[in-house]
Design a protein around this ligand. Structure first.
Ligand SMILES: Cc1ncc(C[n+]2csc(CCOP(=O)(O)OP(=O)(O)O)c2C)c(N)n1
Ligand SMILES: [Mg+2]
Length: 636
């Protein structure tokens, strides 16, 4: 209440309403050690209702986390304060994930709970055996992602997942009855969850409910009936306490009402001592756990090691000798086979398109309800949940999630992709059917603006490999960039290989590189990515017959290209007067490269339903059309 008032912005309602519930949780149940926020077997506490951030910061400060000082709290919502408006993930601080977009935390929590079960199977119960608690509000539960995630969690029987539902029946516009009349009991029980309703201001009821779920066989929602802004005589129970400071006068009344005699930010020593005692309990638990851990330490390290040695990639690249044309989604599958065979930490999956995304290899075992021996998750048709769950799996500790869908449905994943990027998580999105090249399924399935819109997300690598060699290299880069999520944009249709010779260097790491020049004296640079590199090569050869000489640049990753030296960029881009780009999608992100004198060949309209070669022709993406236009350009 005081921090929100000082910042003159923020959300006092949730912290005041849920204080009783989390106090009981932290005091009696949550297993955590503020001295080691990264303790592998800690319980996870996820604040999905991220606007209640002040509650999390208060808990972390009170229980003794070094990351949050009183000074930080006084700087709530100010530049550089760790106490940001909404919780922002920082490793080793107690802030387990970034939340704020409502519902995301629920999907993250499902990911944490899945990771817990998988690692328990791998490492044993005395190494991994913890709970994941997620605090969600009315808003989180209205969001579609909550339905997707909770349905999957119930199906998988994630017994160690517990939701504390801040059931205060208030959101921003007023009472939730304005917009919801769900029967929560029926809703959650039909997913396969337990549903318990308690008075969220009654310590005994809170304790009893939390005690009971410790041995549950299913995930549980504890619906905590609470009063938003609890303690505020004039604003409690009202939407007005949701997202604005209570005001100095009301704060005085709250102090009186709650019999709190102390000044803002003054925590009486005896009370702080009690809280710090709560924080210290976990240290003892960790010491006990450590005995087991030390016995198995080297074994655990070995199990969790990422075996993506360059030798596997080299071997794979060396094997690319065939002249056969192949879709990059197939090349991805073959790369994955080698990786999966050698990996304990890659967790694959797809949103019901395993066979189309080629994400499942013969080395995969399926994760089933209550059975987490496997390494492949059938996410069902739940792209958004899949993406949020992958964030949770990656955040948990050592596992590396990848998941597939059609590139067009990256739109259904976008809010979580953005969070992967903000949180610097290595999530690999395998997005196939990446252009009009998918053919007959038509404009609803053909990505146009998707590549451009993904490329403008900061800290996201969008890879669009052009043949088998590039696909292997892009997978290597996706795995090596540990602080950046990746999109692998892959074709449905077959592509002719142009890189058949082994090179030790990962050329895709440059973002763009030369694959061909038709003469020493070139006047034209042709930039292309993915399936259009073949088209660029054919066009370049065709133009050479008319003495128009060019070089072809494959540009599998614009983001990595931007990281190259000025000299390198100049070498690629500034050699010729004329530059053109070819990509079967929105031309927007190519204009910066081709400049005023250049031409972009792409599609700035929705696609068409037809056999794919006919669609390419319809949009002028043919050697004939492109070379004709180029001839006009260079003769101008
Ligand atoms: C995806 C998304 N949509 C909208 C918002 C804006 N928003 C923040 S809190 C909130 C209402 C949440 O209501 P509830 O979860 O009941 O929180 P309470 O008011 O009870 O604290 C909204 C709409 C958001 N943060 N995320
Ligand atoms: Mg509410």
């Amino acid at each position: 209440m005081d921090a929100v008032q000082k910042a003159n912005s923020g959300h006092p309602g949730l912290p005041m309403g849920m204080a009783d519930v989390v106090t009981i949780l932290f005091k009696y149940f949550l297993k955590f050690n503020p001295k080691n926020p990264s303790w592998l077997n800690r319980d996870r506490f996820i604040l999905s209702a991220g606007h209640g951030s002040m509650l999390l910061y208060s808990l972390l400060y009170l229980t003794g986390y070094k990351s949050i000082s009183l000074k930080n709290i006084k700087n709530f919502r100010q530049l550089k304060s760790i106490c940001a408006g909404h919780p922002e993930f920082h490793p080793n601080t107690g802030i387990e994930t970034t939340t704020g977009p409502l519902g995301q935390g629920i999907s993250n929590a499902v990911g944490f709970a899945i990771a817990e079960e998988i690692l328990k199977k791998k490492l044993g119960k005395n190494i991994i055996n913890h709970k994941t608690y997620v605090l969600a509000g009315d808003g989180c539960l209205m969001e579609g992602i909550s339905h997707e995630s909770m349905s999957l969690a119930g199906h998988l029987k994630l017994k160690n997942l517990i939701m504390l539902f801040d059931n205060n029946s208030i959101s921003i516009d007023g009472p939730t009855s304005l917009a919801v009349s769900d029967n929560y009991k029926k809703r959650f029980e039909s997913y396969g969850w337990n549903y318990v309703v308690i008075n969220g201001h009654n310590e005994k009821e809170i304790f009893k409910a939390l005690k009971k779920v410790q041995t549950s066989k299913k995930p549980t929602v504890i619906s905590c009936k609470t009063i938003i802004g609890y303690g505020s005589p004039n604003k409690s129970g009202k939407a007005s306490s949701h997202g604005s400071p209570l005001g100095e006068d009301e704060i005085k009344l709250v102090r009186k009402n709650l019999n709190w005699r102390f000044k803002p930010f003054e925590i009486p020593k005896n009370i702080l001592k009690e809280w710090r005692k709560i924080g210290k309990k976990g240290a003892k638990l960790e010491i006990v756990w450590n005995k087991n851990y030390l016995k198995k330490k080297s074994e655990i390290k070995k199990t969790l090691k990422n075996n993506f040695s360059s030798s596997i990639i080299s071997e794979k690249k060396n094997a690319v000798k065939e002249l056969k044309s192949l879709a990059t989604r197939k090349s991805s599958e073959s790369t994955l086979s080698s990786l999966i065979k050698n990996s304990n930490t890659l967790i694959g999956g797809s949103a019901d398109l395993a066979g189309s995304n080629n994400t499942k290899t013969k080395y995969h075992k399926i994760i089933k309800p209550g059975d987490f021996k496997g390494n492949y998750i059938h996410y069902g048709v739940r792209e958004h949940a899949m993406s949020g769950i992958m964030n949770g799996i990656a955040l948990h500790s050592k596992l590396i999630p990848y998941g597939g869908s059609f590139l067009i449905f990256s739109d259904y994943c976008k809010p979580s992709i953005r969070l992967s990027a903000i949180m610097k998580q290595r999530i690999i999105y395998v997005m196939t059917h990446d252009s009009i090249g998918l053919g007959e399924d038509g404009p609803t399935h053909q990505p146009i603006e998707q590549l451009s819109s993904l490329r403008v997300i900061p800290n996201l690598n969008v890879f669009r490999p052009a043949d088998r060699m590039e696909t292997i290299e892009c997978w290597e880069l996706a795995l090596k960039n540990t602080n950046t999520p990746s999109i692998l944009s892959l074709t449905r249709q077959n592509l002719n290989p142009f890189r058949k010779k082994y090179s030790k260097t990962n050329k895709c790491n440059f973002g763009a590189y030369e694959v061909l020049r038709t003469n020493k004296k070139i006047i034209l640079t042709i930039l292309a990515s993915g399936s259009e590199v073949n088209l660029a090569i054919d066009t370049s050869h065709k133009l050479a017959k008319d003495q128009i000489y060019s070089k072809v640049i494959s540009m599998p990753c614009q983001e990595l290209f931007e990281f190259q030296s000025k000299e390198y960029k100049k070498k690629i881009l500034n050699e010729t007067k004329f530059k053109i780009s070819i990509e079967a999608g929105s031309t927007d992100c190519w204009k910066k490269y081709v400049g005023m004198n250049g031409l972009t060949f792409g599609i700035d309209d929705f696609g068409k339903s037809a056999p794919y070669k006919k669609i390419f022709k319809h949009f002028g993406l043919t050697t004939e059309n492109i070379s004709q236009k180029i001839k006009k350009l260079v003769k101008r």
